[in-house]
Design a protein around this ligand. Structure first.
Ligand code: ATR
Length: 328
């Protein structure tokens, strides 16, 4: 089956499954195929599934519910809270006030139809609320038996240290891939200091790192969030797809008559090689792509290949400027 890694006291498959795209962000998915992908993931040994209340909003947790209930004892279930959404499902702010936490936990438990969340993340630290206060309220939920372990998403090094002084932080979830390396500048070190594993989201660069096929992804539908990202626009996109050719070349170098290595596998193997405390959660809504991604655990990159990949630097920012400004 798949190798395992640890997140605090939780043991998970070395690759998890990001479920956001099944309800949110990347156009309108095929729900029948998404459901089949969830079941195929469990059959292949994936034990780590990631959602959030804001995906949909709320519909991703509801979509996962029957699957989660059917496999409750075999899987580690992660969800998140912290965003406030408007009636058009757009995030309009953050609310990390301690008095809000219990209601958010109960909402996720109700939608998912379970009585405990294995890993509960603060999706973004609310700049108006000291992180210690939010995490203090999250710790109460651990005491109440509704949550097993706590995580932070996209937190700064300083917030990681402050939070860990209140309650053990088992995971830092941040965007991390060959093309997005910001977390290396401080948060990753802080996570390691406090014993938190890194859970990279968008390890495939939201699909861009999947090689020649990324060009197809680039023909995005208008309801696809990526159309708003500078990295996916105009000259940036052209330059980035040029870098992706290099990933395709490395995939070709490693392919043999009996085995085709893909760019997606190279991208994930690079992330997996950054440490045993790193557990990427590539997102897919398709069984075929899931199988492709899981093949990454059998890809060994040489030191030269790792450094060639590390040297690839993407053009354009990873999120719309407005979103990045809100987060800084
Ligand atoms: P996120 O964490 O935001 O979901 P990601 O894991 O970097 O981002 O990439 C997800 C995107 O890559 C999705 O658009 C997914 O599309 P499908 O749902 O159609 O699979 C795409 N993707 C994932 N694995 C892929 C693969 N092996 N080949 C091609 N595209 C893939």
């Amino acid at each position: 089956m798949l190798p395992t890694r640890t997140i605090g006291d939780l043991t998970v498959s070395a690759l998890g499954l990001g479920c956001m795209g099944m309800s949110h962000a990347y156009g309108t998915p095929d729900t029948t195929e998404s459901l089949a992908t969830l079941h195929a993931a469990v059959d292949a040994g994936v034990t780590f599934f990631d959602t959030a209340d804001m995906y949909g909003p709320y519909t991703n947790e509801e979509f996962l519910a029957p699957f989660v209930q059917a496999h409750r004892d075999e899987i580690v279930l992660a969800t998140k809270f912290g965003f406030v959404m408007d009636e058009n499902a757009r995030p309009i702010g953050l609310d990390g006030r301690p008095e809000r936490v219990a209601g958010c936990v109960d909402g996720s438990l109700r939608r998912l139809g379970v009585d405990v969340i294995d890993l509960y993340y603060l999706h973004r630290v609310d700049p108006q609320v000291p992180v210690e206060e939010t995490v203090g309220a999250m710790a109460e939920q651990v005491k109440a038996g509704k949550v097993r372990a706590l995580g932070l998403s996209e937190a700064s090094a300083e917030d990681i240290r402050k939070a860990a002084a209140v309650h053990p932080i088992s995971a830092l979830q941040s965007e991390y891939s060959i093309f997005t390396r910001d977390v290396e500048e401080g948060p990753l070190q802080a996570a390691r200091e406090v014993g938190a594993s890194l859970v990279p989201y968008s390890p495939l660069g939201r699909g861009m790192l999947t090689g020649g096929r990324a060009a197809t992804v680039a023909a995005l539908r208008s309801n696809d969030f990526r159309t708003t990202i500078p990295r996916w626009q105009g000259e940036n996109l052209k330059a980035n797809l040029g870098l992706v050719d290099r990933i395709d070349e490395i995939a070709a170098e490693l392919s043999t008559d009996s085995r085709t290595v893909t760019a997606a596998q190279i991208a994930l193997a690079w992330v997996l090689a950054q440490g045993d405390d790193v557990v990427p959660i590539p997102g897919t809504t398709k069984r075929k792509n899931l199988a492709d991604n899981l093949g990454a655990v059998n890809v060994a990159l040489s030191a030269d290949q790792l450094s060639a990949l590390t040297a690839l630097s993407a053009a354009g920012s990873r999120l719309p400027e407005r979103t990045l400004r809100q987060r800084s």
